[in-house]
Design a protein around this ligand. Structure first.
Ligand code: PSU
Ligand code: MN
Length: 286
């Protein structure tokens, strides 16, 4: 693997012997969760992955390098640097060449994971088509990345703030288990899921796989609270005329305030659940 990609020590050792590795993103640390929940959650996800027998590779941009396997100190540096940019496919090269720290979204994390030979990645929710996309054209680079990069992304669906029917043919709705939209296939066994993902990669389409893992029932947000907070946050964002990368962090922050912290608890729970499933399919040999 050539610069500007760099492995952390633990990941380098795992990749060298072809041991299971699970990638993790850092936009959820810098923009998705309030500080210090971002750092503590990232460390907890790494621990879940280790306990399941895989190696975590948390990805971010530090010192002009794309680090695959951040140290704890680097993670803290990212989380505490004010105004860290969110990196997707369009600003990736500009961000790396600036020498400044950057946090990777699902799209940028998929690209780096693939470059590092990592096939499995756990996140919270992917980006998608925003509700006003017909006027704003705001469609996340995460969808582009899924259509171009052969990595399996375990998520709890697309973020609830999006226009879900336009984002995909179905899945869970992040803070809630159901969106009412159908999926291609349901898997109740890790071995079956892992072999379907393996088969997908062996077909050589060069595309990614989205594994939709609904939030555990006990952690779902009550639907009235969810509806109320979502509508409130969406109308506030509209009043402010926010656009592009700023939209999701603003909405998540407002939903956090409007739910009295319930959304953050749900977000952390679904991230942990996704780390478990991602580690299990990596260990099952994707
Ligand atoms: N999941 C979360 N919180 C987040 C995100 C995902 O629980 O903040 C981030 C992911 O990094 C995702 C990004 O890739 O939001 C999408 O941003 P955009 O719509 O700008 O592409
Ligand atoms: Mn967006």
């Amino acid at each position: 693997m050539k610069r500007p990609y760099e492995y952390g020590n633990e990941v380098a050792r795992a990749v060298a012997v072809n041991a299971p590795v699970v990638a993790l993103e850092t936009t959820v640390v810098t923009h998705g969760l309030p500080h210090p929940d971002g750092v503590t959650t990232a460390l907890a996800l790494e621990q879940i992955i280790r306990e399941a027998g895989a190696t975590p590779a948390t990805i971010g941009i530090i010192g002009g390098g794309i680090r695959i396997g951040l140290t704890r100190a680097e993670l803290e540096q990212l989380a505490t640097t004010p105004g860290v940019p969110k990196i997707n496919l369009s600003n990736f090269a500009a961000a790396v060449s600036s020498g400044q720290p950057g946090s990777t979204t699902v799209a940028a994390t998929m690209a780096a994971a693939y470059a590092g030979g990592i096939r499995v990645f756990a996140t919270g929710g992917i980006g998608g088509v925003h509700r006003n996309a017909t006027e704003s054209g705001d469609v996340s680079a995460d969808l582009t990345a899924l259509s171009r990069i052969p990595v399996a992304v375990v998520s709890a669906g697309a973020k609830a703030v999006l226009d879900l029917p336009r984002t995909t043919d179905e899945f869970p709705a992040f803070y809630r288990r159901s969106s009412g939209l159908p999926v291609d296939r349901r898997y109740d066994s890790i071995d079956e899921l892992a072999s379907a993902v393996r088969l997908h990669f062996s077909l050589g389409f060069g595309t990614g796989v989205l594994v939709a893992n609904p939030i555990p029932i006990a952690d779902e947000m009550p639907s009235e609270l969810y509806d109320r907070a979502l509508q409130g946050a969406l109308s506030e964002a509209q009043t402010r005329g926010l656009r592009g990368r700023a939209v999701t962090p603003y909405l998540l922050d407002r939903i956090h305030a409007l739910t009295g912290g319930d959304s953050v608890r749900a977000n952390v729970a679904l991230l942990r659940h996704n780390a478990h499933v991602a580690a299990a399919i990596a260990v099952a040999g994707v």
